[in-house]
Design a protein around this ligand. Structure first.
Ligand code: ADP
Ligand code: MG
Length: 265
């Protein structure tokens, strides 16, 4: 459904610029949860922006259902790590969730129904009339996810959405992501630098190499659904996959550190 073919992205010019992404080719299938994991600074956010049509590739092509992706397409919604910056403090929770629904495309009754269903799905029905700043960080990120759901995208792109949350909240939201996929059939691309998270929620893991990043390795996660924070993580195949991701990231991090020390290489 979403396809990258030979995609490279350079920031700045040929001589002084930074090559963030090099010759990327992969596909995301309908209804999949694909995680993208890699060391800090390798180019993960750049990949997500390319997939969202927020950045144009320097070479290669990004297509959605075979059409070139030219500007942010209607089929795609984004959830970022910084939930406090993505919600409007002067709007109530329900208004924040409703905001991206274009009245020219979605009737008022339809919008109301979508907002209710999305808030119910993330467990925030009781807080529809609250303001974002009255909620905890985890609840604010639930609002941002509800907004993504209500928009009914085909593809939900998430950039380290739970990076700023405590472990317990993070675990709850990981389970929420998998439930959202099952309930709404949405395709999810989830960027994270958290190794356990990258395996736990994924059907497939793309392990990214050091910058300029590329797909170092691809893992298929066969853990049964529904997953559970305790039993899934006790499964020997979880430990095995986690080890593969861990080793790869450790090598990439070392490679990036030695390049930083010796930029001539
Ligand atoms: N707008 C930009 N201009 C110049 N360089 C950038 C820009 N955005 C990111 N970069 C550089 O591209 C590389 C990859 O960044 P990013 O995609 O944010 O990595 P990640 O999300 O994996 O941490 C980094 O070296 C970063 O400094
Ligand atoms: Mg990033």
């Amino acid at each position: 459904m979403l396809k990258l073919e030979g995609v490279s992205k350079r920031y700045g010019d040929e001589n002084t610029g930074v090559l963030a992404v090099r010759d990327l080719t992969f596909e995301i299938g309908e209804g999949e949860v694909v995680t993208v994991v890699g060391p800090s600074g390798c180019g993960k956010t750049t990949i997500l922006k390319l997939m969202a049509g927020l950045l144009a590739p320097s070479s290669g092509a990004v297509t959605i259902d075979g059409r070139p992706l030219v500007k942010p397409p209607l089929e795609i919604a984004l959830v970022f790590q910084d939930y406090s910056a993505s919600l409007y403090p002067w709007m109530r929770v329900a208004e924040n969730v409703r905001f991206p629904l274009d009245p020219k495309r979605v009737s008022s009754a339809e919008a109301t129904g979508r907002v209710e269903r999305a808030l119910e799905s993330v467990g925030l029905t009781r807080f529809a009339d609250s303001y974002p700043w009255q909620l905890s960080g985890g609840m604010q990120q639930r609002v941002a996810i509800a907004r993504g759901i209500a928009y009914q995208p085909k593809i939900l792109l998430m950039d380290e959405p739970f990076g700023a949350l405590d472990a317990q909240t993070r675990a709850e939201l990981e389970d929420l992501v998998m439930r959202v996929r099952d309930e709404f059939g949405v395709t999810i691309v989830f960027v994270t630098h958290d190794i356990d998270e990258s395996v736990y929620i994924a059907d497939r893991v793309l392990i990214m190499g050091p910058r300029p990043t590329y797909v170092e390795q691809e893992l298929v996660v066969g853990l049964p659904h529904p997953r559970d924070q305790i039993t899934s993580k006790e499964d020997p195949s979880f430990a095995h996959l986690r080890g593969i991701v861990y080793r790869s990231i450790r090598e990439s991090t070392q490679a990036m550190a030695s390049v930083a020390k010796d930029p001539e290489r």
